[in-house]
Design a protein around this ligand. Structure first.
Ligand code: SF4
Length: 370
């Protein structure tokens, strides 16, 4: 089982890093955990151009000039949890909606016609509304149209993940939100998500079930971003050691305006987000790094080629929002409103290739089987 050192000790380790440690991490073939701590430190801030250059070099060597594209489909805004930072939180008096299977399939079809081949199904945590049966049936109906169908829903058991994998779900994103157990308790007020340990063990259950891809991440704006970065690195390294067949991605969503009056507990600037991305890339050369439409167009354009390998585009965060746009139902407002062709043009203008499909089920014997 993954055991995280005390969060405060991570902050201390980072603070103790010297400029020499940063320089060493930049020239090492693999930076290691000590190197990651140095790259996340205030000392490394002064060397951000060198971090960007090293991150770009590794990204080009491992991923070429490619950027994968995906779009989220929100299937339900019902949630049984109270998370202080989220528009879908159970106590928020908002209009809620769960899509029927036909409606969800119609949303996916719209995105398919727009050129998307990777869909992320998103739902609040309300198993009675969107459970394993719903997700499995939606995957069975649509798996022939998409190279990847990933989910971001309530954490499930290993057996449930295995059922979904067989039905055609290819990956699961389950973010810890914050690795600081004290802050975690403050912001996860009730519901199953209030159980820090259960959530921390979830990525391992996903990998155990045989899913192709596991996404981990933190919500930037809750706890110290440097320590979150080191915790992510430790978690990723542990997962890689135990599940070497699995592909991993990391996301660092920064908090966006949402329903309720929650304000970020920690501000994270674009410069700091960049440092975090570069540090993770230098630490783990193969991990997929996701930059979603939470970030502004200008920033996303500027980061092309420097480290991120996966962008969302043309995103809507309201259930049914592609069929009938309705901002009143959104989980949060996005920062980049461009369509898929516009994002593809921006990627090409930087000399990179937008990638819609990088996998086919025939590569993997036995999947999907039901
Ligand atoms: S963050 Fe997820 S679990 Fe928490 S209230 Fe929002 S939708 Fe529900």
């Amino acid at each position: 089982m993954f055991i995280l050192p005390p969060f405060k000790s991570l902050q201390k380790q980072i603070a103790a890093s010297t400029k020499a440690d940063v320089k060493q991490a930049l020239v090492a073939s693999h930076a290691g955990i000590d190197g990651l701590a140095a790259l996340l430190s205030p000392r490394a801030e002064e060397m951000l151009p060198q971090l960007a250059a090293r991150s770009a070099e590794i990204t080009a060597a491992r991923f070429g000039r490619t950027i994968q594209l995906y779009a989220p489909v929100y299937v339900s805004s019902f949630c049984t949890n109270k998370c202080a930072y989220c528009g879908f939180s159970a106590e928020n008096k908002i209009e809620r909606r769960v899509l029927s299977l036909d409606e969800a399939e119609a949303e996916m079809d719209i995105l398919h016609r727009r050129g998307f081949n990777h869909i992320l199904l998103v739902a609040g945590e309300a198993p009675a509304k969107v459970g394993v049966d719903y997700l499995a049936e939606l995957a069975r109906r649509t798996r022939d149209r998409f190279a990847a169908i990933t989910i971001e829903v309530q954490p499930l058991s290993t057996a449930d993940y295995a059922t979904l994998f067989k039905a055609g779900i290819t990956g699961v994103a389950v973010y810890q939100e914050t690795y600081d157990p004290i802050i975690y308790k403050q912001v996860h007020l009730s519901g199953k998500k209030a159980d820090y340990d259960y959530r921390l063990k979830s990525p391992a259950r996903v990998a155990e079930a045989g899913m192709r891809e596991v996404g981990i991440g933190t919500l930037m704006g809750l706890a110290n971003w440097r320590a979150e970065g080191l915790a992510l690195g430790l978690h990723l390294a542990w997962l890689r050691k135990h599940f070497w067949r699995t592909n991993f991605t990391v996301s660092f969503p920064r908090m966006r305006p949402a329903e309720g009056d929650f304000h970020p507990l920690e501000e994270t600037s674009e410069k700091q987000l960049s440092q975090l991305l570069f540090a993770l890339r230098i630490f783990d050369h193969d991990v997929g790094l996701v930059l979603s439409t939470r970030e502004e167009e200008r920033y996303r354009n500027g980061m092309i080629g420097l480290g991120p390998t996966r962008y969302s585009a043309g995103s809507c965060t309201a259930p049914g929002g592609y069929t009938e746009p309705d901002s009143a139902l959104e989980q949060f407002s996005v920062g980049d409103h461009r369509s898929l062709p516009e994002v593809c043009d921006a990627i090409r203008s930087k000399g990179h290739d937008p990638v819609h499909k990088d996998w086919d089920a025939v590569f993997q014997a036995g999947q999907p089987i039901i």
